[in-house]
Design a binder for this molecule. Structure first.
Ligand code: FDP
Length: 411
């Protein structure tokens, strides 16, 4: 798919809207010790405020404000955040379990990426296989795929997992081994309880990983339309009947049906950014306590930026309108009247993270080699577009909204 994200890509916006600095407020605060009468008064006030808030729509910022009523946080960890959302009925306990697993997998992958240069023979270089996307798989692609897949599978809360690195989606309650018999990995009581579908790219930007350049994990969670209807064989690699294929195709949904999405950036720090469709929240891995701690309670993309991010090595192959647009903003002929400059890592999670925080445009336009653009709708485009829109940005193909496009296949 061809893909661009930014606020106002189609109509460059007003020059009065300068780039707003992203709040990096650290929400950690010491525990408070209030005297009993003050606690009673505070509780009364809290109750009144809660009643008022009950009338207003829930957003990520509002949920965090509500935590303040508790008055004794020592920092909002990702697990605490999910528990609070579950308590407030914003997510269910299954989604909470899924995010527990994503959190643990992200910590393991962060460790693997960070230590890879010290374990080159084990972790760096090519695996020797080509994935379903036709790309050479790196050892770390395969290892991180297993880490993510296994962490999710053991939740027992997922009907289907689909990874960019796998040929076909995996029935989450079974381990299809391809050449040998499928092995059940969950006991009957935990198997097939899942109503969610998780799509993920365990190590996006992995062509950079041997050089220690930032890479990331991208994930999205859908609710299965009707899990009971898909009777799939234990080992999907042995092929599906026409009926089963139809059934699986029915589980392919456009990005606007996502119930959650996020990414993890493995860089100078490990950043986890997520949305449950009520705004965007960011966490940073505090390695001293092994927890993701909330560092960006409400991420909003600045309404105007000054950076564009695209592989301009392909500019001669782009459509004329795309080429012209980039040339215009580069020359300061956009609405802001200021020239945009180029920043391109070539690692989508890093490029999107910067765009989200600083504003501007990220794009992977179609070219003669990649006629729909290089990025995959299901594993990259849809989750990132959900995050971008939730942060107040836009995600478009040039013709339509990315979140409206139904994927044609699991790849
Ligand atoms: P990679 O191939 O290293 O996994 O979609 C994959 C991706 O990286 C993105 O992370 C990145 O934005 C893009 O490809 C880079 O492609 P180019 O090298 O063609 O610019």
């Amino acid at each position: 798919m061809s893909f661009a994200v930014a606020p106002g890509v189609a109509q460059p916006a007003s020059r009065t809207q300068g780039a707003r600095a992203q709040s990096t407020q650290n929400t950690r605060s010491g525990a408070s010790s209030l005297a009993a009468p003050a606690v009673a008064a505070a509780m009364g006030a809290c109750a009144a405020r809660r009643a008022q808030r009950a009338q207003k729509p829930r957003t990520a910022t509002r949920v965090v404000q509500e935590f303040e009523d508790v008055c004794e946080q020592t920092g909002v960890t990702l697990s605490r955040y999910c528990i609070e959302l579950a308590n407030r009925g914003i997510i269910d306990s299954d989604l909470d379990s899924i995010f527990n697993s994503i959190r643990e997998a992200a910590k393991v992958i962060s460790k693997l990426v960070n230590t890879a240069p010290l374990k080159q023979a084990e972790l760096l270089g090519l695996e020797g296989e080509v994935n379903v996307q036709g790309e050479d798989q790196k050892k770390l692609d395969v290892i991180t795929n297993d880490v993510f897949k296994n962490a999710l599978r053991y939740t027992g809360k997922l009907g289907t997992l689909a990874s960019e690195e796998e040929d076909e989606p995996v029935d989450a309650s079974w381990m299809g081994t391809g050449e040998t018999e499928a092995i059940p990995v969950l006991s009957e009581e935990f198997a097939d309880t899942g109503k969610y579908i998780c799509v993920f790219d365990p190590l996006d930007g992995s062509s950079n990983v041997d050089a220690g350049i930032p890479v990331g994990t991208i994930f999205g969670v859908f609710e299965e339309p009707d899990p009971a209807e898909c009777e799939l064989p234990a080992d999907l690699s042995k092929g599906l009947s026409e009926e089963q294929q139809k059934c699986l195709a029915g589980t392919l949904q456009p990005g606007k049906s996502l119930v959650a999405a996020g990414y993890v950036l493995y860089s100078a720090s490990t950043e986890l950014v997520l949305t449950f469709g009520k705004g965007v929240v960011g966490f940073t891995l505090d390695t001293s306590i092994g927890e993701f701690v909330m560092t960006r309670p409400s991420i909003k993309i600045p309404s105007r930026g000054k950076i564009y991010s695209a592989n301009t090595g392909n500019i001669a192959e782009w459509d004329e309108p795309m080429r012209q647009y980039i040339e215009d903003i580069r020359a300061g002929k956009g609405e802001s009247g200021k020239p945009y400059s180029l920043r391109y890592i070539g690692s989508m999670v890093g490029d999107i993270h910067r765009t989200l925080l600083y504003g501007g445009i990220f794009a992977y336009p179609a070219d003669t080699k990649n006629q729909d653009g290089k990025l995959r709708l299901l594993y990259e485009g849809a989750p990132m577009s959900f995050i971008m829109e939730q942060a107040g940005g836009k995600a478009i193909t040039g013709h339509s909204r990315v979140l409206d496009i139904p994927p044609a296949a699991w790849i």
